[in-house]
Write a protein that binds this ligand. Sequence first.
Ligand SMILES: NC(=O)c1ccc[n+]([C@@H]2O[C@H](COP(=O)([O-])OP(=O)(O)OC[C@H]3O[C@@H](n4cnc5c(N)ncnc54)[C@H](OP(=O)(O)O)[C@@H]3O)[C@@H](O)[C@H]2O)c1
Length: 291
Amino acid sequence: MITSNIIAGCMNLGKWGVGMSTQEYLSHIKCCLDNEITTFDHADIYGHYTTEAEFGDALKYDKSIRPKIQLITKCGICLVTPNRPLHRIKYYNTSKTHILASVDQSLDNLSTDYLDLLLIHRPDPLMDPEEIAEAFHILKQSGKVLHFGVSNFSVSQVSLLKENFNIEVNQFEASILNTKSFYDGTTDYCIKTGIKAQAWSPLAAGKLQVAEDDERSRRILAMSSILGEKYNASFDQILLSWLMKHPANIIPVLGTTKIERLKAAKDAIKINLTREEWHMLLRAAIGHDVP
Ligand SMILES: NC(=O)c1ccc[n+]([C@@H]2O[C@H](COP(=O)([O-])OP(=O)(O)OC[C@H]3O[C@@H](n4cnc5c(N)ncnc54)[C@H](OP(=O)(O)O)[C@@H]3O)[C@@H](O)[C@H]2O)c1
């Protein structure tokens, strides 16, 4: 599964964020492409099931875009919303019927014949690995989905599915504020099996700026500003380079809606922090030396 080095997250582009018009989607997509960001991360539920279709309107408007991009989407979460009047509670559905129906809906929304990557959005306690594999086989054979993965799965959950189907990606939360995956085996398992690691909220969903008066955020901001001076880089670039230094080759799924932040992200790839600098940021995050 080939993606760009930075993936553009689409969660905040529509009704859950800035509410882009079709023309704004088009200029956002074009700006990504100009900056070598060719992969776009969706989920059926974004914008209460509306963002995929808004993005799809942009693809319909300019048909030259689809062959230049890779589309990721997810399924498996059922939200309570007027757009899904039959849902009485929020729940997970990883049944074969649901996966197949969800993909058909996403293809229609995104105005495309195929998805580059489909992820099961969250581990479902009721999931049956053989049933999921059966759905994936059908989707692969029909050409509707090229690659398959999971999101927020533990090592045992991924390995269970992997016994039945070639799982190529795990997308999980990782940032300077959330390093759980470095210690619970998630990134180790990616390295061991060649599963591609994708990190959502790589800039901690903007929480560091919001919590500038919080002690931990202040320490991280101060250390990134010292390193930023050395590398002539912004705070965002330093934190992205920190994540990308990890040997699991983590690909950030960036959630920004701002063109200047997308442009800056591309250059973060060029920064190569030393091991000592990497640990200086870790130390700022945990508040003490490593043991
Ligand atoms: N698989 C999953 O379960 C899952 C869960 C959540 C998200 N995701 C995916 O991951 C993507 C990214 O998630 P995220 O949005 O939480 O990621 P993020 O890139 O960590 O955060 C983006 C948010 O932080 C703000 N931000 C970034 N840098 C900033 C700065 N220097 N100053 C102030 N604000 C700043 C952005 O605002 P601006 O727009 O103003 O830049 C935006 O609201 C989503 O779009 C979605 O595709 C997946």
